[in-house]
Design a protein around this ligand. Structure first.
Ligand SMILES: *[C@@H]1O[C@H](CO)[C@@H](O)[C@H](O)[C@H]1NC(C)=O
Length: 396
């Protein structure tokens, strides 16, 4: 390398190093914990066992939460076993997935591609935890179904999409819409959003890793490009939605943890599947921005989004999806100890808040900063991923 080129290369690698601040903010509340592995496993198990009496095995629902949220309970159960190295919930998880897949074609109960993807993702986690081939088949079938609602490169060029009855926007804001995934399968549903696309991107990357089939890698890449091109604001946070017919954007104030969280999870897998460090850089930048965003937390670092003591709402469980995505980033970032320390510190803030400020016995309020309250299914759902992640991101 010529000296000048070497200098330029050094400069660009330096600018990457300084592009994001991975330091732990000292204003965060209790960002460490000294609980040993056995105790962390038992705290997570108790949290799961506290929600299980709400399970209605006849339709795989949980009393008090909605369909997509139920899929996320099964995800947390499978991930518990994956991280604890156990099979405690295998029967319930496989039975729940099989029941829902039998009742609702491609896991789609209400006509939403993201619902289908939440459950398909749970099925993938079950395959990862238990090696269950039926679970993998359910994930693949649902992936294939939702693939019919992706804007392909050809669709973006032609301005048509085979399953939509309107002229689609091939480009928005000067960028191709290829890779975006329609939220609803109905022929007149125009919304394309980050969560459906992020779920699809993540499942594609997981399936690429599991099967080495390039079809999945290409799909994950196209959808990751859509998020990168269109959905990241100037602070590095993932935005919500763009209309696939007229390009109308969701309000810039619509910032939700799960959009960044799901994108992070998928990018962490995609960078491993492709070995492309551009995805590592994007992942690291979004992680640093989202972990420190004032959109959903104050100086103490405790996530306040979706705190809802008296009734369930969709936003309650967003933060759980964020924490789960960060765990996948941490697992796949052994080459970046600063990022791993930031993630485990952040999860410890949430963990300690839940245990010290929001707990009544083994049940947790959806208001992580407290006060504690009697059990609610939605509060418990939201806490599960923090408890499960703490098995993993702390040591020993
Ligand atoms: C954090 O670390 C300090 C010093 O080691 C320790 O005393 C404290 O108990 C830890 N906090 C938690 C919540 O484990």
């Amino acid at each position: 390398m010529a000296p000048l080129a070497l200098f330029a290369a050094l400069l660009s690698s330096l600018s990457l190093v300084f592009a994001q601040d991975l330091g732990v903010p000292l204003t965060w509340r209790e960002f460490n914990n000294s609980r040993l592995l056995a105790e962390r496993i038992s705290i997570a198990e108790d949290a799961i066992n506290t929600i299980l009496p709400q399970l209605d095995a006849s339709d795989a629902s949980f009393n008090g939460i909605g369909y997509w949220q139920a899929g996320n309970v099964f995800s947390a159960m499978a991930n518990f076993d994956h991280l604890a190295g156990t099979t405690k919930y295998e029967t319930q998880v496989i039975n729940g997935l099989t029941m829902a897949f039998g009742l609702y074609k491609n896991f789609d109960q209400y006509g939403y591609n993201d619902d289908a993807m939440w459950w398909a993702t749970a099925a993938y986690y079950a395959y990862r935890a238990y090696g269950n081939k039926d679970a993998l088949s359910m994930a693949v079938a649902t992936w294939t179904h939702v693939s019919g609602y992706v804007v392909s490169v050809a669709d973006a060029t032609s301005g048509t999409q085979p399953n939509k009855d309107f002229a689609i926007a091939g480009t928005c804001y000067g960028k191709t819409m290829a890779g975006g995934v329609f939220w609803q399968p109905t022929s007149d549903g125009t919304s394309i959003n980050s969560i459906t696309t992020g779920l699809y991107m993540t499942l594609s990357a997981f399936l690429a890793e599991a099967t080495s089939d390039d079809t999945y890698t290409d799909a994950a890449t196209l959808s990751a490009q859509w998020i990168q091109n269109l959905q990241i604001n100037s602070d590095g946070i993932v935005l919500d939605s763009v209309d696939g017919e007229d390009c109308t954007r969701s309000a810039s104030s619509w910032l939700f943890t799960y959009n960044s969280g799901k994108a992070l999870e998928g990018l962490s897998v995609l960078k491993d599947v492709t070995g492309n460090t551009a995805w590592t850089d994007l992942m690291t930048n979004i992680a640093a921005a989202a972990i420190k965003s004032s959109a959903w937390q104050g100086d103490n670092g405790i996530i306040t989004e979706g705190a809802s003591p008296t009734s369930n709402n969709d936003g309650v469980g967003f933060k759980a999806v964020f924490i789960r995505g960060l765990d996948e980033v941490s697992v796949r970032s052994s080459d970046n100890s600063a990022l791993q320390i930031l993630i485990h510190s952040y999860n410890d803030v949430q963990y300690n808040a839940l245990l010290e400020l929001a707990a009544k016995g083994t049940s947790y309020s959806s208001a992580w900063a407290g006060p504690p309250q009697a059990f609610t299914t939605w509060g418990q759902l939201a806490a599960l991923d923090v408890m499960v992640t703490a098995i993993n991101t702390n040591s020993p």
